[in-house]
Design a protein around this ligand. Structure first.
Ligand SMILES: Cc1cc2nc3c(=O)[nH]c(=O)nc-3n(C[C@H](O)[C@H](O)[C@H](O)COP(=O)(O)OP(=O)(O)OC[C@H]3O[C@@H](n4cnc5c(N)ncnc54)[C@H](O)[C@@H]3O)c2cc1C
Length: 488
């Protein structure tokens, strides 16, 4: 008889795990508290506009290919990918921006134009980033984080010093132009920590950026969720939305024996949670939780965010599909996220206009705009503050890109700390999990297998390998492999 397994949540990690477990012959049921699937990657539609609620950068296409290949499929069986050119644009001041090409040779040329001699340094840097990327994919990120020994081999030993230096030091050693520094320090923001706190080894994100490029699934990131749901369904996975897991029930021998879902008890002897790790532990009785509130409080979390989904009644000019506004002091904003949490005095922000390259996301002649301001997790969130910051970034946006947009807003919807907590049970309203710092990497992250409850497992951005969509796909694979290895 097929063994039952219940998965809590339907984010990328849970969907990934559901496919691997169903393929192995488990009878898999996914329980999602919200009314649609996809977790942080759900979709918002209004008046002919379509927005990805969360992720929008499709990086590391090889990880998606590898996922689908495990099932004899390709991404193109489910969605169409376009390589964006430029990959993105960065604003440094009024009418001052750089476009990062999809082509590495163009990027070398751009560096050389901005700073004489920098192309040579960039080449060396990207060679090291590529080599680290290959090591990360081959030797590190697909490991379960059970023991430090799994990370030790000749390739990783040769790179040990890079774990004790930082991205900031590495980037600034040879590159001096402030614009180029900002571009090179940007990719590690996906890992959730400051460049001063991120090991130099993580420069592999720069290879992901310049070497592998920025892609866009037509229809948005949600097209990937739809593809994975379609694959999972074909493998026999059952999906139950509006299913809020309220308790993980254990017996006196510390085995899971059931779940309380919407007030009703379901019997099960195997549970994998793709919900935020901290939240999942609060579903357990205190004596079988592994980590204290103090433990979580001391961890460095990725930022929360203030997000706006905006429908404009006209096409927006002087921007690219992905546009970063780095015209203010990055370090000052970072201090207000990590060191002295408060609403940022002069925030950096990010905007995307998917309708510039994907006509499915807005009606003709109109533009779908997504705006994101990184914020300290746990910060006070009120409607007044959201409005104040919308005005702030709109004014900046108008000046920097030299156009009127505020009077062209048809509608806007915001999403912030309180929504992250309410909609995803997110710890302190974090947007994308626990940061990848030196002491929060690999076996130092919260464990995939509970150390206290025998048949309880975890997946997602708070465990290995870390934040982001590609890591979530990998996390689902690692967690299911561990379950299969333990032969339940
Ligand atoms: C605004 C934003 C922008 C981002 N941008 C990018 C990007 O551009 N590129 C990128 O690669 N990554 C990006 N990320 C990160 C990426 O989206 C996440 O790392 C990834 O989607 C997390 O997937 P997950 O499976 O770990 O968790 P989630 O997607 O959070 O899934 C957890 C699920 O569990 C459900 N759940 C919680 N509690 C319960 C319960 N008690 N019962 C039932 N269900 C429950 C939640 O509703 C949710 O559906 C971004 C994230 C955000 C928020």
């Amino acid at each position: 008889m097929k063994k039952n397994i219940y998965i809590i949540g339907s984010g990328f990690s849970a969907l990934s795990a559901s496919c691997y477990l169903a393929k192995q012959g488990y009878n898999v049921t996914v329980l999602e508290k919200n009314d649609t699937l996809g977790g942080r990657a759900r979709q918002y539609k209004k008046d002919g506009f379509t927005f990805d609620i969360g992720p929008s950068w499709y990086w590391m296409p090889d990880v998606f290919e590898r996922f689908f290949a495990d099932f004899g499929k390709k991404p193109s069986d489910y969605y169409t990918l376009d390589k964006l050119n430029p990959g993105y644009e960065v604003y440094f001041g009024k009418k001052s921006s750089l476009k990062v090409s999809e082509n590495l040779e163009d990027i070398y040329r751009m560096f050389e134009e901005e700073e004489k001699g920098s192309a040579k340094h960039l080449k060396t840097f990207i060679d090291s980033a590529k080599s680290n990327y290959d090591t990360a994919i081959k030797d590190l990120v697909y490991k379960p984080g059970v023991s430090p020994l799994e990370l030790i081999n000749t390739s990783t030993i040769a790179r040990v010093s890079q774990f004790f230096s930082t991205i900031r030091k590495q980037v600034r050693k040879n590159i001096k132009n402030p614009k180029l520094i900002k571009i090179l320090e940007f990719p590690v923001l996906f890992l959730g920590a400051k460049p001063t706190n991120t090991p130099a080894f993580y420069n592999f994100m720069n290879y992901a950026d310049f070497g592998l490029g920025t892609w866009h699934p037509r229809g948005g990131m949600y097209a990937v969720i739809e593809g994975m749901v379609s694959l999972a369904t074909s493998l026999g996975v059952h999906f139950k939305t509006n299913s809020n897991v309220q308790k993980i029930i254990t017996d006196t021998s510390k085995n899971v024996v059931g779940l309380l879902v919407n007030g009703e008890e379901i019997k099960t002897s195997l549970v994998l949670s793709g919900a935020d790790y901290h939240h999942t532990e609060t579903l357990l009785d205190k004596d079988v939780r592994q980590y204290s509130e103090n433990y979580w409080d001391k961890k460095i979390f990725a930022p929360s965010s203030l997000l706006f989904y905006v429908g404009f009644d006209k096409k927006i000019e002087n921007v690219s599909h992905h546009t970063l506004f780095f015209d203010t002091d990055f370090d000052a904003h970072a201090r207000e996220i990590y060191d002295n949490p408060k609403w940022p005095t002069d925030p950096l922000f990010y905007a995307n206009f998917t309708s510039l390259t994907d006509e499915t996301s807005a009606p003709e002649g109109k533009e779908a705009g997504f705006f994101l301001i990184p914020l300290a997790p746990g910060i006070k969130d009120t409607l007044e503050l959201r409005e104040e910051y919308f005005d702030k970034i709109m004014d900046r946006f108008e000046k920097l890109t030299n156009q009127k947009v505020k009077e062209h807003v048809l509608f806007k919807k915001s999403f912030c700390v309180n929504d992250f907590k309410e909609e995803y049970n997110s710890y302190k309203g974090n947007a994308y999990g626990m940061a990848n710092t030196l002491f929060q990497t690999a076996f130092l992250r919260p464990k995939i297998k509970s150390g206290k409850v025998k048949n309880l497992y975890f997946t997602g951005q708070l465990t290995v390998p870390g934040p982001g969509v590609p890591p979530a796909l990998i996390s689902g694979k690692i967690a299911s492999e561990l379950i299969i290895k333990n032969q339940y």
